[in-house]
Structures are given as structure tokens and as C-alpha cells.
Design a protein around this ligand. Structure first.
Ligand SMILES: [Zn+2]
Length: 237
């Protein structure tokens, strides 16, 4: 799968964690493929009530690993509510503080929680000295929210739903954002193209880039160049 990604022309992949074990796995991948893969570490809102004090301390130590470029996925999911809202909000605040301490941007999951996520992200000062505070991953909001967050130092990341004609908010956002303020992603293992149960691979990002190109009246190559530039700013400061 990694060789297929390289052959398709992908140059950089950011692999996030969703709990402590997957965060360690992301770091291991980034160590094994330093020329292609970067790691993020974090506790997803679905698992916000799982870590104990030792787990949080271990996550903070892992965030300082040299192959870790962001804290994530973190955020709020008021659609599934797999963890109580209070636990989700506490985990988000804790990990925003952790990211600031580590000098890292954040990768943010926002499902049916736009107002609460917006408030938390605009209130967060971000990592000191960084141009980009974080990324709204698998963006599902509308254009005004995307523009406000982009103007506040957040990148907007699009997954395959932006290619669906029913995704009015994300499609409007994709058309309205400036170059250098968005990324493309797969949200693997979710949101695979094709039949249910199909595997989602890094190459799905090419379909997202093609959809963004259609929405923005440009070429997939121009989308790739813009996203690559935005990513470099995200990870380098
Ligand atoms: Zn997510």
C-alpha cells in the first residue's frame, strides 16, 4: 500500500493516533518511513474517557518524539457521543494545552460540534511562534466557518465527501478558501471510495484533489502544490 502511494506521486502522509496504542503505532510508521510518513499523537473524542493519569503522561512524553509533528486526532463528536460530552471537552482542553507545551499544532475532529469546536479553537493561543495553529480534518462545516478558521491560522482538510453533490457546506468552503489554506486527506479507514467495505488507501487523496480542482476551477496538480505548501508550513512553523 505504501509503495502504491509512492507510485501514485504522494510525497507526504500524516498518520494520526486515536488512542495511546495507535499513537505509538503512528510513531513507529513515521520512524520506519521518515521520507514519506509523519506522525500525530492524540486521544480521539470517541475514547476521551479511557486514559488514566499514567496514559496522559505517556501521551505527553510521546508528543515530544522527534517524528511527531502534531497532536491529534483530538476534538468533539456530538454525533456518536461514544464518550460523555464533559469527558470529550476535558480531553480537548487537556490536549490543546499539551500541544502548546510541546510547540505543536493540532488535528481536530469536529462532528456535529461546530460551535463548541469553533469556541475552543479560537480561544486557544496555539503553539508559540507557529504560523499554523492546526487542521480541521474531514471538514464538514460551511464556508463562513472555514474562512473564519482559516483567517485564524487553521488549515481546512477535505476528505472524499467533498466530491458528493449533497455536501453543500464543504463544497462551498472548498471553492471559497485561498490557496495555501487547505489540505487533502483520506480519513482512512473511513470514507473509502466504491463499495461498502472497500479499503481506503492513501491514493484516495488523489480523488479528493480532483474534486477540489473541479470546485476551484483549476488542476489537480495546482491543488497538490497548494496542499504541499500548506503542509510544509503546518509542520515547519
Ligand atoms: Zn476524525
Amino acid at each position: 500500500m505504501i509503495e502504491r502511494a509512492r507510485a501514485a506521486g504522494l510525497t507526504r502522509i500524516l498518520v494520526p493516533g486515536y488512542d495511546l496504542a495507535s499513537s505509538h503505532a503512528a510513531v513507529a510508521l513515521a520512524e520506519a518511513y521518515p521520507d514519506l510518513i509523519d506522525a500525530a499523537v492524540g486521544i480521539h473524542p470517541h475514547f476521551a474517557d479511557r486514559p488514566d493519569a499514567a496514559d496522559w503522561a505517556e501521551l505527553a512524553t510521546l508528543a515530544a518524539h522527534p517524528r511527531v509533528v502534531a497532536v491529534g486526532e483530538i476534538g468533539l463528536d456530538f454525533f456518536r457521543n461514544h464518550s460523555p460530552r464533559a469527558a470529550q471537552e476535558a480531553a480537548l482542553e487537556r490536549q490543546l494545552a499539551m500541544a502548546a507545551d510541546a510547540g505543536l499544532p493540532v488535528l481536530v475532529h469536529d462532528r456535529e460540534a461546530h460551535d463548541a469546536v469553533r469556541s475552543a479553537l479560537l480561544a486557544w493561543p496555539g503553539p508559540p511562534g507557529r504560523a499554523v495553529r492546526g487542521v480541521l480534518h474531514c471538514y464538514s462545516g460551511d464556508a463562513p466557518l472555514a474562512l473564519e478558521l482559516a483567517a485564524s491560522g487553521y488549515l481546512i482538510s477535505f476528505a472524499l465527501p467533498v466530491s458528493f453533490s449533497s455536501a453543500h457546506g464543504p463544497r462551498d468552503a472548498a471553492a471559497a478558501l485561498s490557496d495555501g489554506t487547505f489540505l487533502v486527506e483520506t480519513d482512512s479507514p473511513w470514507l473509502a471510495p466504491g463499495a461498502a467495505g472497500a479499503r481506503n488507501e492513501p491514493t484516495t487523496a488523489l480523488r479528493v484533489a480532483a474534486a477540489l480542482a473541479r470546485l476551484r476551477g483549476t488542476t489537480p496538480e495546482a491543488i497538490a502544490a497548494s496542499a504541499a505548501k500548506a503542509y510544509r508550513v503546518l509542520v515547519s512553523g
